[in-house]
Design a protein around this ligand. Structure first.
Ligand code: GDP
Length: 536
């Protein structure tokens, strides 16, 4: 195989763009996201042995100074974007942090990808974090591939799992493979199209290419060794063939149908199917709308948008990494670029790419790729960088917060600084800030607890403000709008005590609980209640 360096110099921009696949893995914690990531990287030849990605929590990826700091924080920048090659494609895999790292950034990652891979734990089915993340995919009509993991365990009925995905997530499913048995009786998966079965053998490090393929639904091996599993499988396949959707590429690309694969990540089983689906079905980088024009990925000039900022938690360093998705053209080291918000010229000298093999200061990267730009706070979420043109790309949306707090000052004399700091952090996208129409004090909204910790830390280190957070009786904030100005006015008057303005001045309904929200939505049919607010 030719090296990536040879390919890079040999191929033209449209070719480079066409071979890129940029996707995020979404799942609930413990479904197997890390394990699957590791196996995908092994296929890409990016890592040699299992355990490397897990090692992100320790030393493995930390190879430079700025990463030292991330290590202390326990979150690795390096493992949040991983690039590898497979079958002629350059694959960018973006992590969606979960657990205590869940924040608005987790959602924003989904604005930087062209497809998503959803991992479901077959014993647990659809779980809370998956529901939230898939909602964002649905909003953006992102194509979703589904991997139902842990078939080597006693898990739930596969038909029931498909029903659950369709019902709870509202995502029609097209099974591509179907499992034969589960747990100790897991015989393998059957490819519904080619009518071949991939025989399951447990083992972590065995390459999947070694697996045995058996022809047909009634192979003597199955009938003899797995008679019960085989009988159940036959019944299920009949139902699937009659009742399930069949795969339709257009519907998948429109985000209306998800191809479903079964497997076991830890046993490296079913992983190759996923990679194949990514390469063959997932879209190459898509065009983006800007106020001025449509930005096509193979436009010659460089355009990118910042979708995530990783702030340094070490008070000694104010540097941070802005994650930028290249929307068009090519990044070359030393590129003189325009920072559209400020109108200033910046030189992109030390952008970082995220090849899983090694962290590298790359000479070039193309539309679809992600680069990290070290900076001292100049770059913010939603910022656009071009080769000189003034382009306002469709912004990164704000997502409806779910945790609310009010900042309480430990030193009341610092009130002015607190207000200034919160507004700045709000503008930056670290947290959402809401100013109630009728009350004083600012309400902070986040989707993850980590965001408050970040704010408290930055208040202290960057603004010298010592603040604590206390809870407020807000359950959910939804942005409100109406095409009818008179209705909007009446609504605003009637609900002034529950309305607040966010950092951009947009009006949000701050519901104290679920039932008030439901009643208000029912009472005001001409008002739109939105769970995202597009910016830009
Ligand atoms: P994450 O939190 O989604 O990143 O999940 P991990 O990849 O860390 O996996 C969570 C747990 O499930 C770990 O103990 C894994 O070893 C285990 N696991 C992952 N895949 C499989 C699988 O296919 N079968 C079984 N039995 N366990 C698995």
């Amino acid at each position: 195989m030719s090296s990536s360096a040879t390919l890079k110099t040999a191929a033209s921009l449209p070719q480079e763009v066409a071979r890129r696949r940029t996707f995020a893995i979404i799942s609930h914690p413990d479904a197997g996201k890390t394990t699957l990531t590791e196996k995908l990287l092994m296929y890409g030849g990016a890592i040699r042995s299992a355990g490397t990605v897990k090692g992100k929590k320790s030393q493995q990826f930390a190879t430079s100074d700025w990463m030292e700091v991330e290590k202390q924080r326990g979150i690795s920048v390096a493992s949040s974007v991983m690039q590898f090659e497979h079958d002629g494609c350059v694959i960018n895999l973006l992590d969606t942090p979960g657990h205590q790292d869940f924040s608005e950034d987790t959602y924003r990652v989904l604005t930087a990808v062209d497809a998503a891979l959803m991992v479901i734990d077959a014993a647990k089915g659809v779980e809370a974090q998956t529901i939230k993340l898939l909602e964002v995919c649905r909003l953006r009509r992102t194509p979703v591939i589904t991997f139902i993991n842990k078939m080597d365990r006693e898990v739930r009925d596969p038909l029931e799992l498909i029903d659950e995905i369709e019902e709870i997530l509202g995502m029609p499913c097209a099974p591509i493979t179907w499992p034969i048995g589960m747990g100790k009786q897991f015989a393998g998966v059957f490819d519904l199209d080619s009518e071949r079965m991939l025989k399951f053998t447990p083992g972590e490090s065995r390459p999947e290419t070694d697996l045995e393929v058996l022809e047909g639904e009634d192979h003597p091996y199955l009938v003899e060794h797995f008679p019960i599993a085989h009988a159940t499988f036959k019944e299920e396949v009949e139902i699937v063939r009659e009742a399930a959707e069949s795969f339709d590429h257009e519907a998948f690309l429109a985000g209306d149908l998800s191809p479903v694969f079964f497997g076991s990540a830890i046993n490296n089983f079913g992983v190759r199917d996923i990679l194949q689906a990514l390469v063959s079905w997932a879209p190459p980088p898509r065009q983006r709308e800007a106020r001025q024009r449509t930005v096509r990925p193979d436009d010659g000039a460089f355009t990118g948008i910042v979708f995530k900022i990783q702030a340094n938690m070490n008070p000694q360093h104010r540097d941070r990494i802005a994650f930028l998705r290249i929307c068009s053209g090519e990044y070359r080291q030393g590129l003189k670029a325009r920072h559209v918000r400020s109108g200033k010229t910046i030189r992109l000298d030390h952008a970082i790419t995220f090849m899983a093999q090694e962290r590298a200061h790359l000479a070039s990267a193309f539309a679809g790729d992600i680069i990290g730009i070290p900076n001292h706070g100049r770059l913010r979420i939603g910022d656009v960088i071009t080769e000189g043109e003034v382009l306002e790309l469709e912004g990164i949306p704000h997502f409806s917060p779910e945790i609310f707090r009010m900042a309480r000052l430990n030193d009341p004399l610092r009130a002015k600084q607190l207000n200034k700091a919160l507004l700045e952090l709000g503008e930056e996208g670290t947290i959402q800030v809401f100013e109630p129409l009728e009350k004083t004090g600012m309400i902070l909204g986040a989707v993850g607890q980590l965001q408050f910790e970040t704010v408290a830390h930055r208040l202290q280190t960057e603004y010298g403000v010592d603040a604590a957070f206390e809870s407020v009786p807000v359950h959910k904030a939804l942005w409100v709008s109406s095409e009818d100005a008179a209705v909007m006015k009446r609504f605003t008057q009637a609900n002034a005590n529950r309305l607040a303005r966010d950092a951009a001045g947009a009006l949000a309904f701050m519901a104290p609980n679920r039932s008030v929200l439901d009643l208000t939505i029912e009472k005001w049919p001409e008002i739109d209640f939105n769970s995202t607010r597009e910016v830009g």
